[in-house]
Ligand binder design. Structure first.
Ligand code: TXA
Ligand code: MG
Length: 309
């Protein structure tokens, strides 16, 4: 049977499978099927209050499940398929299960930019929930072998899509109320969103309410320690370098995230490099400073959480 048909058949049977996307690999299940969604939460060991993103092939399918306003339409027309997720109010006839949205009235939706996954979504013709295909609080997978080492024996199918093109999870923008609120930094920046919707994008306010629960501080944790300075190299410590100048010495191994200081390259290589170093059993990883502009905001956000023990 061809791979697309096989994937769709498994999803229709209520199985959880792994799909590649342009951001990270996702643990996919039918977003309208409670028992399939339970498998996803259980495999990931994810708390049930942390809602999932539903994935689609096109805007027409999205419209059946959430209410699109003119800003959301502009965003999808401009950026999709691509690494952006929009939080919107569910329609009364929404197919997305309450389990996928953790009981919220809103749902997060996106159109991923990966050929085989789009074919599966088109053939499936319904919402597919897909959180990153890693154990909760651990590092997201950017290739098939990352998935295999963590949840590989718990899924019936892992589709290989090579290295994820962007390497960081999608940007999340909340348009469920009047203000546009950025809930998660990604490779699409708030400035790019502002220039498309022609209104201000606010950053999530830290009022104690966890609006995007996956944004809890402990997240993306590698097995080894990660620190955001490079003074005094430790025993059995590796370095993630940036640029070509003033690279500190004395580390057991150095991976350069981007000699030419290209932040998109850093994003693409970040999780992959940390996976590689944790597999080599270093005790810790030191990271050189990355400029906090553009995609750098998303990179530093992930690094800060990864360093939080
Ligand atoms: O790039 C991505 O978005 C990847 C790929 C696989 O598509 N998926 C992903 O899913 O990163 P996950 O589950 O790891 O992150 C989903 C995030 C969580 O932080 C969650 O709290 C937030 O989306 N989220 C989902 N539904 C929400 C909602 N209704 N309101 C606010 N935040 C929501
Ligand atoms: Mg995740």
């Amino acid at each position: 049977m061809d791979l697309v048909k096989k994937a769709v058949a498994l999803l229709k049977q209520g199985e959880a499978i792994v799909l590649p996307t342009e951001t990270v690999y996702g643990l996919a299940a039918d977003a309208s099927n409670e028992s399939a969604l339970k498998k996803v939460y259980q495999i990931k060991n994810r708390p049930s209050f942390n809602p999932l993103i539903s994935h689609y092939a096109d805007i027409e399918e999205i419209k059946k499940d959430v209410i699109l306003d003119s800003r959301a339409i502009k965003i999808f027309e401009h950026f999709s398929p691509g690494p952006i997720t929009v939080v919107l109010n569910k329609t009364t006839s929404s197919r997305i299960s309450d389990l996928a949205t953790a009981g919220l009235k809103t749902a997060a939706v996106r159109i991923p930019n990966k050929k085989i996954t789009l074919e599966i979504l088109r053939e499936f013709a319904g919402p597919i929930a897909a959180p990153s295909a890693n154990i909760s609080t651990k590092l997201s997978p950017t290739n098939k072998s990352h998935v295999e080492k963590s949840i590989g024996n718990q899924v019936k199918l892992i589709i290989d899509g090579g290295e994820a093109e962007h390497g960081l999870e999608s940007t999340i923008i909340d348009l469920s109320s009047t203000k546009a609120i950025l809930l998660r930094f990604g490779t699409i920046t708030s400035q790019e969103i502002e220039s498309v919707i022609k209104e201000e994008v606010f950053l999530k306010d830290y009022d104690g309410i966890i609006k995007a629960p996956g944004m809890m501080l402990k997240h993306y944790s590698p097995k080894c320690k990660l620190r955001l300075d490079t003074a005094n190299p430790q025993k059995n410590e590796a370095l993630l370098a940036f640029g070509e100048d003033q690279i500190p010495t004395g580390f057991a191994e150095t991976i350069n995230l981007s000699p030419k200081k290209d932040l998109a390259e850093v994003a693409k290589k970040l999780f992959k490099s940390i996976h590689e170093l944790e597999d080599k059993n270093y005790d810790s990883i030191a990271v050189m400073p990355i400029p906090n502009i553009g995609i750098g905001l998303a990179i530093n956000d992930r690094l800060k959480r990864a360093s939080n023990t």
